[in-house]
Design a binder for this molecule. Structure first.
Ligand code: URA
Ligand code: CA
Length: 433
């Protein structure tokens, strides 16, 4: 086989075989296919697309390019959740203990964040002592005992995706549905998931700004999962404004604790129950979504979900007393309210702009090597549809810096008010299965 022939074949819109796609990915990972040929190939895919079979073959080839995590030592069906990313997305912190508390094994492999806020690991590290360093045997033991554990990414997972993603980034080929879908799904499958629940975000704060695009991506990922024998479903949810109120690491842990206590923001709770219900059904712990929803709501009411969160934190060295006393979480030196300049109904909050404001305070990393400040972030005091009086707080900034004019300006640029009454945005647009 010659790479040039395969580029030509894709350029002309023909379908590649599983063997041909395997040849491309193996050659590129090993270095026998150079970047310039792979760039041309990615561009051909960008323009000519891929069939369902090609997408599944590409995903599998990327899974097989590196290590695959073996979770067979964990009893039960391992369901993983993946979000395409948004601003202040606290769902994992709530979902992991919530679904574990009703018997779904959660073996979560997570990373550090880049951008608005930290990743799940950064957030959890705001609990003193919490650690994600452990052997794979220990990880499996913790999931079997407590139904939930979070471990740092280790090993050489999907090296083909790492290399290809970096190449796509500099060749204007990131925004291709088959390439995005295979990239995300290869990582989930290599991490050992038996079944997958996807939260595909849409709106200003999301990767896929338009509902139509989000739907197309969701469908592509669901098809790949199902073609490769992983039961997969997707929810398309709103990211036109940040989820919940908190954006920032310790602030989001506090928000997750409140949600597990039943006092969390309505949108965060609703999304967690929707995603969680699918996880419970896919794991075989309920026959219907209604029954699953009931189980999860009861787990919050009875305190079982909160108890599971405590057990999970202690098992990984964390000080679980933060659950009863959230003042033990890192707190920022200054709390600064940003006040509304006029009265009216909040009609828009540009999520990605607010996200950048949080990053400037130090809640997220601008580059891979930036330091993160776990205590800082933004607490939204008003969301879309709320009425605000002139002089009332739009947000509260939690800062360790005094000089934050840039951040305040971005908050003002994010918020729009209207004299007309505004409805709350739809939270869940669709389910794709
Ligand atoms: N996220 C990924 O992991 N891969 C992509 O290609 C795009 C977003
Ligand atoms: Ca949040």
């Amino acid at each position: 086989m010659r790479m040039v022939d395969l580029i030509e074949k894709k350029r002309d819109g023909l379908e590649l075989t599983k063997e041909e796609i395997g040849f491309v990915i193996k050659g590129y990972t090993e270095g026998s296919i150079p970047d310039y040929q792979m760039s041309a190939f990615a561009m051909a895919v960008y323009f000519k697309n891929m069939t369902d079979e090609e997408r599944a073959a590409l995903t599998l080839a990327m899974v097989e390019s590196g290590d695959q995590i073996n979770l067979s030592g964990i009893k039960g069906i391992k369901v993983d959740k993946h979000s395409t990313g948004g601003v202040g997305d606290t769902t994992t912190l709530v979902l992991a203990p919530l679904v574990a508390s009703v018997g779904v094994p959660v073996a979560k492999m997570s990373g550090r964040g880049l951008g608005h806020t930290g990743g799940t690991i950064d957030k959890l590290e705001s609990v003193r002592g919490f650690s994600v360093e452990m052997s794979s045997n220990k990880f499996i033991e913790l999931v079997n005992n407590n139904k939930v554990a979070v471990v740092g990414q280790s090993g050489n997972l999907t090296p083909a995706d790492k290399k290809l993603y970096a190449l796509r980034d500099v060749t204007a080929t990131v925004n291709s549905i088959p390439l995005i879908a295979s990239s995300i799904m290869s990582k989930k499958i290599a991490s050992g998931a038996d079944a997958i629940v996807l939260d595909v975000k849409t709106g200003a704060g999301a990767f896929m700004k338009e509902l139509r695009q989000a739907e197309e991506l969701a469908k592509a990922m669901v098809d790949i999962g199902n073609n490769l024998g992983r039961n997969t479903i997707a929810i398309i949810s709103d990211m036109s404004q940040p989820l919940g109120f908190a954006i920032g690491n310790a602030l989001e842990v506090k928000e997750a604790i409140e949600t597990l206590k039943g006092n969390g923001p309505q949108d965060l709770l609703e999304l967690c129950i929707a995603l969680g219900s699918h996880m419970v059904v896919l794991a075989g712990q309920s026959n219907t979504l209604d029954e699953a929803k009931q189980l999860l709501e009861n787990a919050i009411k009875s305190g079982k979900a909160l108890e599971t969160f405590k057990t999970f934190l202690s098992a990984q060295g964390g000080d679980s007393s933060v659950v009863d006393d959230v003042s033990k979480l890192p707190t920022a030196k200054y709390k600064i309210d940003v006040l509304a300049k006029q009265s009216g109904y909040i009609s828009n909050i540009i999520a990605d702009k607010i996200g950048v404001a949080a990053m400037i305070l130090g809640a997220g990393r601008a580059t891979k090597d930036s330091n993160i400040d776990l205590a800082v972030g933004i607490e939204l005091r008003k969301k879309i549809g709320d009425y605000v009086e002139e002089g009332e707080a739009l947000v509260t900034l939690h800062s360790n810096k005094e000089n934050i004019g840039d951040c305040i300006n971005r908050v003002y640029e994010s918020y729009t008010t209207s004299t007309e009454k505004i409805n709350n945005p739809t939270l869940i647009y669709k389910e794709i299965r």
